[in-house]
Ligand binder design. Structure first.
Ligand code: FE2
Length: 482
């Protein structure tokens, strides 16, 4: 049994794998209640041990490479004492291996996919040194083709822009992405000229190390934060599109795996799907997903991927009729049922749901979640109806990774952005039978095949994990939870 670990960067996580089966996977923040927690904790370890005892531990970083980067960049501490970390959480004495950070991203994507060959693109802010890597996968093998190294990083550029508009880097990039639709990409060319001395995707050379941001950068007073967001989004889309066109020309496989934190950018993902219709993005493509990736990178074997419901189990019977009664009254309802999603999106097991029709749903839900009012929510739709309501870039989208134009945005303002796009979750029987039954029942009584689905949390806080967390959420925010 293998325990994969991602730690010592943001989003510490663990995954327990028995041969080809992922038994369990957990994200530190859900247990410590500290968003993007970088530290492993004992509660998570105790839950992991209830699924089995690991024979070997594998960590998704190469310590010497990482230390050399830290030495170069002036980060502290230079060395991470992994043995001490493991001892502190009661896992000392188990043999420990190390695999590369980007190799873990690539392996997490490929070995959870259905593909037998693939072209793999990994883009994040920074691995040990890697910031972008391109791989070819065939059967059981992964071959690195090309990479970019720190400080040349399109991911760091996007995080620097996130910080520039007053958001938290390495955490609130998704808000910057959401802001893009409200601005104009007026500065896209200027950004490329200012921040990059070579622009030849996949190869780029940064003029500056953007690791600590770019607060020194000055732009015209008439430029809004939304224009900056739109420009940064245009730059990253340009980079990714040029890169995958390079991959299309130079690599054999027509299957694309996209991984790394940048693969959470669902607007860009939709553009990539037009070039590579056969696209797989593991639902936890960022660093937390590297706990599964580390296991895959150790064995180079396909994993039996059944879906992202791998976390803490809330073993209760969901009273679907009661949920529907509350939804029909126009209420916002919480679901905390079954195993928690491993990944940033709530996909029906730790969700807030409501009727997506009418003008009040968005404002009501944003108020409960204390989010910016401009931000829309996602729809969860019965898979067979998705194409009736949305121009889907892919056949199915069970993990909310792509955006689609809504064909009737006027009827569903809560789930449409200002550009009429929605981040759709398609729900079929194989994805989540309980959530599917709820949606089917909702369709029967309401005639509407979709629900607004957002994560069961308040902005900036981790998702509800246990039933006790759900009770606490109900006590504080007055939302009924089932
Ligand atoms: Fe990463």
């Amino acid at each position: 049994m293998i325990l994969g670990i991602n730690c010592d960067n943001h989003d510490a996580s663990m995954a327990l794998v028995d041969r080809d089966n992922i038994l369990w996977a957990g994200h530190s923040e859900r247990y410590s209640r500290l968003k993007n927690d970088s530290i492993l904790n004992k509660d998570m370890v105790d839950e992991m041990l209830s699924y089995g005892k690991p024979d070997v531990i594998v960590i998704s970083d190469q310590p010497l490479l990482k230390s050399s980067r830290r030495l170069f960049s002036g980060e502290r501490p230079i060395f991470t004492r992994y043995k001490n970390i493991l001892k502190q959480i009661g896992l000392g004495g188990i043999s420990c291996e190390f695999v590369g950070h980007h190799e873990s991203h690539a392996a997490a994507g490929y070995f959870t996919s259905k593909f037998n060959d693939a072209s793999i693109l990994v883009v994040d802010s920074i691995g040990e040194w890697d910031t972008v890597s391109i791989w070819e996968a065939r059967g059981q093998s992964l071959t690195r083709i090309i990479s970019c190294s720190y400080p040349n990083s399109i991911g760091l550029f996007y995080s620097a822009m996130t910080q520039y508009v007053g958001l938290k880097p390495n955490e609130e990039e998704y808000i910057l992405m959401g802001m893009a639709a409200l601005g104009e990409p007026k500065l896209a060319s200027e950004m490329i000229d200012t921040f990059f001395s070579r622009w030849d995707p996949p190869k780029i050379v940064s003029r500056y190390n953007l690791h600590k941001g770019c607060k020194w950068w000055e732009c015209d007073n008439s430029i809004t934060k939304f224009d900056i967001a739109a420009s940064a989004q245009a730059v990253i889309e340009m980079y990714l599109l040029q890169t995958i066109k390079w991959m299309k020309r130079n690599l054999l496989s027509n299957n694309l795996i996209f991984m790394g934190g940048v693969a959470l950018n669902c607007i860009a993902n939709s553009l990539l799907a037009k070039v590579y219709p056969n696209i797989h993005i593991m639902p936890n493509p960022g660093d937390a997903g590297n706990s599964i990736g580390a296991c895959a990178a150790l064995t180079y074997r396909k994993l039996n991927w059944k879906g992202p419901y791998l976390g803490t189990n809330i073993d209760r019977e969901l009273d679907i009729d009661k949920v529907i009664q509350n939804l029909m009254r126009g209420e916002i309802v919480g679901i905390a049922n079954g195993r928690a999603e491993f990944g940033p999106r709530a996909l029906g097991n730790r969700s807030l749901l409501c009727d997506p029709r009418g003008i009040q749903a968005k404002e009501k839900t944003n108020t409960i979640k204390r989010r910016e009012q401009f931000r829309p929510f996602a729809p969860a739709v019965l898979s067979e109806h998705a194409h009736d309501y949305f121009d889907m870039p892919v056949g199915e989208s069970p993990y909310m990774q792509f955006i689609s134009k809504c064909k009737d945005a006027g009827s569903f303002p809560a789930i449409c952005h200002t550009d009429y796009t929605s981040r759709v979750q398609t729900v079929s029987e194989k994805d989540n039978p309980t959530f599917r039954s709820l949606l089917e029942r909702w369709y029967e009584v309401s005639g509407c095949p979709m629900l607004l689905n957002t994560s069961l949390n308040i902005k900036g806080q981790p998702l509800v994990n246990t039933w006790n967390d759900a009770v606490e959420f109900n006590n504080v925010h007055g939302v009924k939870i089932f």
